[in-house]
Design a protein around this ligand. Structure first.
Ligand code: NAD
Length: 479
């Protein structure tokens, strides 16, 4: 074996978990290689994984563009007159692709600048800390590594009821590539992806029907916030049908016949396109040689401990392929932690403070525990809420739907969870993450000065409300 293929660290996968770990490892002086098989639309290697190529980034490009278009309707309220306004879908899509190219190219530049050796192609973990790398021409080489970080990510889940053809029945990737706005769009799953993609196409003019098998809406979200979000999204035109399990979907003459079951029995709808957004699964096909020694749990995730160590010494796994939420930032933090531990440092990932965001408008964002979870566990808690309807900046911006809710321990006052539905919730939640990371109490946040007028004051007031001290809302009387 040649020396060139011998490394201190080999990372498999260049998504947010993998590329971050590779960059951090080289920063720490470790000789590092990263292998990734993704090819962009131009047939060239494209770094950044799902997030940059067909996930977070392109979806946000379309969410932001479509939201700006949707806001035109409300401009009259602000005293702004508009003549006829339209949109050019191919141009919107081309810009989305340009954003992807800019950012994936950015990762290539970071690899070069930091000295990460990039190998385009597929990787397979062999025994004895060896990796088989097969390039896009099909030739295979073996690499030897002191440490291996598995970061292969996840792929959309399929259901037999609605086989994805990427013609009329598409997955989340296909749903970012429509060349015309579907008149009638069906979506299976009212999860994060279903709601974000539903919002994009509804704003651009589709009649969107979202079919969700569960009776409850966003069960992981605070109940009151989920209720408000459901009401608001329905008001925006998303026809969200709960308790609607899709049992069959068939393409016919350029449309899709969908059968779902609800309390009333079998129902049928016909749509032009159907997006299957029923979750994602770890991407482990052909990743592990039979004798690699790495174990897969009953749900297909690679088994790791809190330090992302697999059962094989020197082999780690990070990101969507391991337990925990499938979120880019969670993967990034795991990747960085592993690189630093390899270099001899002792960082940990705090899984209690992983922020979650749904990029609808208004956005839904939360960190920590919900009131419902804690109450069910018998914990003594208190809550404080503040509505954007009483926040000067939100009213001035004509964007005053939603609320902030803080959950704190009844005795110690430590913040246990923060839940936001409202404008820029994705940015506001960072304040809560920082507060929780420093084990702040609601009073700590209440005693902090916030600039006026800002949306952030809603976070401040919710913290004050937890102690019965909010200024711009009548506080609940203590029993
Ligand atoms: P999800 O698990 O959030 O939602 C899937 C939904 O589909 C569930 O509510 C499920 O009940 C429903 N479903 C399944 N089978 C069905 C059927 N036959 N009929 C009707 N409904 C059915 O999955 P997702 O939205 O696909 O997202 C996948 C992952 O990607 C998640 O882990 C998510 O966190 C992550 N993601 C995150 C973001 C973000 O952070 N903003 C964006 C996109 C994706």
């Amino acid at each position: 074996m040649s020396d060139a293929l011998s490394y201190e660290v080999v990372v498999i996968g260049a998504g947010p978990a993998g590329y971050a770990s590779a960059i951090r490892a080289t920063q720490l002086g470790l000789k590092t290689a990263c292998i990734d098989r993704t090819l962009g639309k131009d047939g060239e290697p494209s770094l950044g994984g799902t997030c940059l190529n067909w996930g977070c980034i392109p979806s946000k490009a379309l969410l932001d563009a479509s939201q700006k278009y949707a806001e035109i309707e409300g401009l009259e309220t602000l005293g702004i007159e508009t003549k006829e306004v339209g949109f050019d879908l191919p141009k919107m899509m081309a810009r989305k692709d340009a954003v992807v190219t800019q950012l994936t190219g950015g990762i290539s530049s970071l690899f070069e600048a930091n000295g990460v050796d990039f190998y385009p192609g597929s990787a397979r973990l062999l025994s004895g800390r060896r990796v088989a790398w097969t390039d896009h021409e099909g030739s295979t080489n073996e690499m030897k590594a002191e440490h291996i970080i598995l970061a292969p990510g996840s792929v959309p889940m399929d259901i037999d009821a609605a086989p994805v053809s990427n013609e009329e029945i598409v997955d989340s990737t296909g749903a970012l590539e429509f060349d015309i706005v579907p008149t009638r769009l069906g979506i299976i799953g009212a999860g994060v992806i279903g709601l974000e993609l539903g919002s994009v196409w509804s704003r651009l003019g589709s009649q969107v029907i979202v079919l969700e098998a569960l009776d409850s809406f966003l069960p992981m979200v605070d109940t009151r916030i989920a209720r408000e979000a459901l009401r608001e999204l329905r008001k925006q035109g998303l026809d969200i049908r709960l308790g609607a399990r899709v049992v069959a979907a068939a393409e016919a003459n350029g449309s899709v016949d969908v059968t779902y079951q609800d309390d009333a029995g079998d129902q049928r709808i016909s749509v032009d396109k159907l997006i299957v957004a029923v979750g994602r699964r770890p991407c482990t096909e052909s990743l592990l040689a039979p004798d690699s020694g790495v174990t897969v749990d009953e749900r297909g995730f690679l088994y790791v401990n809190d330090l992302c160590e697999t059962g094989v010494p020197g082999v780690f796994a990070v990101g969507d392929v391991v337990r925990g939420p499938m979120l880019a930032h969670k993967g990034t933090e795991e990747g960085v932690m592993v690189a630093e531990r390899i270099a001899g440092f002792k960082p940990l990932v705090n899984y209690e403070t992983v922020p979650n965001v749904i990029y609808t408008h208004p956005e839904v964002a939360w960190v920590g525990r919900t009131e419902q979870e804690l109450t069910a566990e018998g914990e003594a808690i208190k809550t404080g809420s503040f509505s954007f309807g009483a926040n000067g900046r939100a009213i001035a911006a004509n964007d005053a739907e939603g609320m902030v809710k803080i959950v704190a321990d009844a005795e110690s006052d430590q913040i246990l969870g923060v839940h936001v539905f409202g404008p820029q919730a994705s940015e506001l939640i960072a304040q809560a993450v920082i507060a929780m990371e420093f084990s702040a109490s609601a009073e700590d946040l209440g005693l902090t000065m916030f600039a006026h007028p800002t949306l952030s004051e809603a976070v401040h007031e919710a913290a004050l409300a937890a102690g019965g001290r909010a200024i711009h809302v009548v506080n609940r009387k203590k029993k």
